[in-house]
Ligand binder design. Structure first.
Ligand SMILES: Cc1cc2nc3c(=O)[nH]c(=O)nc-3n(C[C@H](O)[C@H](O)[C@H](O)COP(=O)(O)OP(=O)(O)OC[C@H]3O[C@@H](n4cnc5c(N)ncnc54)[C@H](O)[C@@H]3O)c2cc1C
Length: 371
């Protein structure tokens, strides 16, 4: 018999959501995490927005799991005292030419089952008097959440159910055995291993490399991740009340654009930008010399911001399957039984809206594993 029924690799919000859900029925579950604590990578370095599900391609996993996850998150927040705020959001057309994009955004949102209201200039300015706008789309279901609270909730639920989260365990090899899989990991410089019937790869920025460990040719299968850094600048407290909800520019094909964000402490931030890291070298510093370009982007939607009103804040790194200049890619969430890897599930390219989708991703993984 294997040591565990289920091993989850990676304790970000996705791995923890899966662990919390699965440990109810399968308490012989372990989560292996390389860092000293859960949630130290992308899951704690993001905008903490509960996305409504407006832009994703209809029928894609990103669209479907975002909408399902959003509703589930609001319910979890209410039931378990997880900090959140249903702030709502405006997507502002800053020039009349941009008003033409409203139809296609609205149509996409409608196909995803997402409510959006069109506001003329007067109505938009009534909600947000300080923004630049010729008209806006209003999303009533967008909000913000404490990602830390959410992960604490998933972590404690896993433990209460009898599951284990092992920190400081970096997975370095996996092989298929009679009873499932042997997972080799490095723990403080020494090698150990566990066996498990089922393995769920939720390793975020390392998820493509975990897939490679089990023998998948990630280049041939187009599963090698690109790292795309997103930096944020915060606004001086005296100007933090210039907006009272999330305000986005019109999206481009590649990104949502630098937007106004509030955290639960009432701080106003702008970000994230998009910077592909050619060598995948992780570096979270936010460079001062982006200040002017950032301020220019912010002024597009909030003209009252000067260069000296903003300060470098934090950054996060998106695990992207989409290459620079190419169209968006969907989440890859696959039970690899067709490759002869029964019981092995890969989750690769879980970029935004991965936080919003996390409880729905857990439900989806359950459906593909146990159907
Ligand atoms: C700038 C930015 C803004 C975003 N904004 C939003 C937003 O507003 N709303 C939203 O819904 N989503 C947002 N996202 C996306 C969201 O943050 C991610 O989709 C989500 O956090 C992914 O969670 P995860 O658990 O898959 O990955 P992670 O949080 O990266 O967790 C993976 C874990 O696996 C561990 N790991 C990796 N390799 C190994 C190994 N070999 N052995 C053991 N452990 C390993 C890592 O240490 C890590 O803890 C944003 C992302 C970025 C970068």
């Amino acid at each position: 018999m294997a040591d565990f029924e289920i091993a989850v690799i990676g304790a970000g919000v996705v791995g923890l959501a899966i662990a919390a859900r699965f440990s109810q029925k399968h308490p012989r579950l372990v989560v292996l995490e390389k860092n000293e604590k859960y949630g130290m990578e992308t899951s704690s370095r993001n905008s903490e927005v509960i996305h409504a599900g407006i832009y994703y391609e209809p029928g894609s996993l990103r669209a479907r799991l975002c909408v399902e996850g959003r509703d589930e998150l609001y319910a979890l927040c209410k039931a378990h005292d997880i900090a959140y705020q249903p702030l709502t959001k405006l997507i502002t057309a800053t020039m009349t030419a941009e008003l033409e994009q409203f139809d296609s955004i609205q149509q996409n949102a409608a196909e995803n089952g997402v409510e959006l209201q069109v506001l003329d200039k007067t109505a938009a300015l009534k909600l947000e008097p300080n923004i630049r706008t010729e008209g806006a789309l209003f999303s009533p279901l967008t909000g913000i959440i404490s990602a830390h609270d959410l992960m604490d909730y998933f972590f404690h639920t896993t433990q209460t159910n009898g599951g284990t989260v092992q920190h400081r365990c970096q997975v370095i090899g996996i092989r298929q055995i009679m009873s499932g899989y042997e997972i080799v990991y490095d723990e403080a410089g020494s090698r150990s291993s566990v066996t498990s019937e089922i393995v769920i790869n939720a390793a975020g920025l390392g998820s493509d490399l975990i897939a490679q460990m089990i023998g998948i040719d990630i280049d041939k299968e187009d599963l090698r991740l690109s790292y795309a850094k997103g930096s944020y600048f915060s606004i001086v407290q005296s100007k933090a009340k210039l907006v009272s909800r999330l305000v986005y520019p019109m999206p481009s094909d590649e990104e949502l654009g630098i937007h106004a964000l509030m955290d639960l402490g009432g701080r106003l931030k702008f970000g994230p930008d998009l910077e592909y890291l050619e060598d995948r070298a992780i570096n979270y510093s936010v460079v001062e010399n982006k200040r002017h370009a950032f301020a220019e982007s912010i002024r597009r939607i909030l003209p009252a911001i000067n260069d000296e009103d903003i300060t470098p804040d934090m950054s996060g790194i998106r695990p992207k399957l989409q290459r620079k200049g190419q169209p968006p890619r969907d989440f890859v969430i696959v039970h690899e039984k067709d490759r002869g890897l029964s019981g092995f599930v890969n989750l690769i390219g879980i970029e935004s809206p991965g936080l919003t989708s996390s409880p729905a991703i857990a439900r989806y993984v359950e459906s593909i594993l146990f159907k």
